[in-house]
Ligand binder design. Structure first.
Ligand code: SF4
Ligand code: SF4
Length: 390
């Protein structure tokens, strides 16, 4: 802790407002769960199904589960899938008990009635053609239908998964972002990890420089609508937080009492002691939100990186610049999840970007001649499911 310096930094009225908003909202005691084992899509390479996560079916009494978690102190639930919109009655039970964030593929609208203040992350992988090929089996216009379902819906934000090969179709990226914003929604980004070694534009080992440039363009054009800062994009895409490298040994989004994490919880690195990732049976847990035993080198999940930053405040107390990075990231998580005043948040968001821009990436333009052309007929593995954590 650096209380004197912290006090001095918080004299900055803007930082003071962000900090105050978080303090008023209070600490998050979070879990993640699969609401259902079923989905109305079979996206190419979806690892929810590939990893057998659908083998656990919802057998537990949901009311009893809610009572247990409330007793444990849980106040926030990230709901993933399968597809949560197919289990609205169960979703409603959770919504009435906790603050939620839900991830959906957008095909079926989660109604406003009964879910008035629900943050909804709607996944998108590309424009209509890309989404139809990769997610809609060549027939279903997933993106177009999701746009219609969430037009003008302030609960919804888009969760756009970018491949390392985003440079192969920069105008598609810019166009998708514009469509989402024109639809009246904000945009968060995810990064695709090539868990099936498809290579080419899907290969995360190429690095995400072009994807980050696309994000930077989006921030520059739409600072009021982009929910990821330059700094967070850098952390997720490089797997670096100061001297630390991303991976199981550092990850904060683990289930602490799961046997796979026995050594992890002893290594001294911060983790969320409350967190658990529940399978759809709501009785068994898994190692982490994202997978059962996935290779962490392919994990570029933004939701988990939010928690990596948020769980490491002390690493950010060396300068006002670093503290600003921690505070803006934490505040953004609260803002995305509607835990702070959303109208005030909307006014603060452009200044968050102004203070966290990466100068070397500012003023980027999409390349006229992309370095390679995407092959949309390849099968690939689902980066984001419907989900921030998938
Ligand atoms: S796969 Fe990702 S979320 Fe899971 S332990 Fe590894 S780094 Fe953490
Ligand atoms: S990636 Fe998500 S939307 Fe697609 S099949 Fe898997 S669970 Fe369903």
């Amino acid at each position: 802790m650096a209380p004197k310096r912290l006090d001095a930094w918080l004299e900055d009225p803007f930082l003071g407002r962000l900090y105050h908003a978080i303090r008023v909202a209070g600490p998050i005691r979070s879990i993640a769960l699969d609401l259902t084992d079923v989905c109305n899509l079979r996206c190419a390479g979806c690892y929810f199904f590939a990893d057998g996560m659908d083998e656990k079916v919802p057998t537990a009494n949901l009311d009893a589960f809610v009572a247990r978690e409330a007793e444990r102190g849980t106040n926030f639930v990230t709901v993933v899938g399968g597809e949560p919109s197919l289990a609205l009655e169960r979703l409603k039970v959770l919504y009435d008990a906790f603050r939620l964030s839900v991830a959906t593929n957008g095909l079926r609208r989660i109604p406003r009635d009964g879910f008035e203040d629900l943050p909804i992350g709607v996944s998108v992988w590309g424009d209509e053609q890309t989404d139809r090929e990769l997610r809609g089996s060549g027939r279903t216009d997933v993106f177009a239908r999701a746009l219609r379902n969430y037009a003008g819906d302030e609960r919804a934000f888009w969760y756009y998964a970018l491949t390392a090969g985003a440079a192969g179709h920069p105008h598609e990226v810019d166009g998708v972002v514009q469509r989402c914003i024109d639809n009246g929604n904000r945009v968060l980004f995810n990064f695709y990890g090539d868990v099936e070694d498809l290579g080419g534009e899907f290969d995360h080992r190429r690095g995400f420089g072009p994807a980050r440039e696309a994000i930077e363009r989006a921030i520059e054009r739409h600072p009021e609508s982009i929910l990821m800062t330059s700094r967070l994009a850098e952390v997720v895409s490089t797997g670096r937080l100061f001297a630390e490298r991303w991976g199981h040994a550092a990850c904060a989004s683990i289930t602490p009492d799961h046997p796979a994490n026995r050594n992890r919880v002893r290594n001294g690195r911060p983790f969320d002691r409350h967190f658990r990732a529940y399978n759809a049976d709501l009785e068994t847990t898994r190692r982490c939100c994202t997978a059962i035993d996935r290779d962490c080198d392919s994990c570029f999940d933004t939701w988990q990186h939010f928690s990596w930053v948020m769980m490491n405040p002390r690493a950010h107390f060396n300068s006002k610049h670093d503290f600003t990075a921690w505070l803006t990231t934490t505040w953004l998580f609260y803002f995305i999840n509607r835990l702070v005043d959303v109208d005030e948040g909307a006014r603060l968001l452009p200044e968050v970007h102004r203070r966290t821009r990466a100068p070397e990436l500012a003023h980027t333009q999409p390349p006229e001649n992309p370095p390679w052309t995407p092959n949309l007929t390849s099968s690939w593995t689902a980066p984001a499911c419907s989900a921030p954590s998938r």
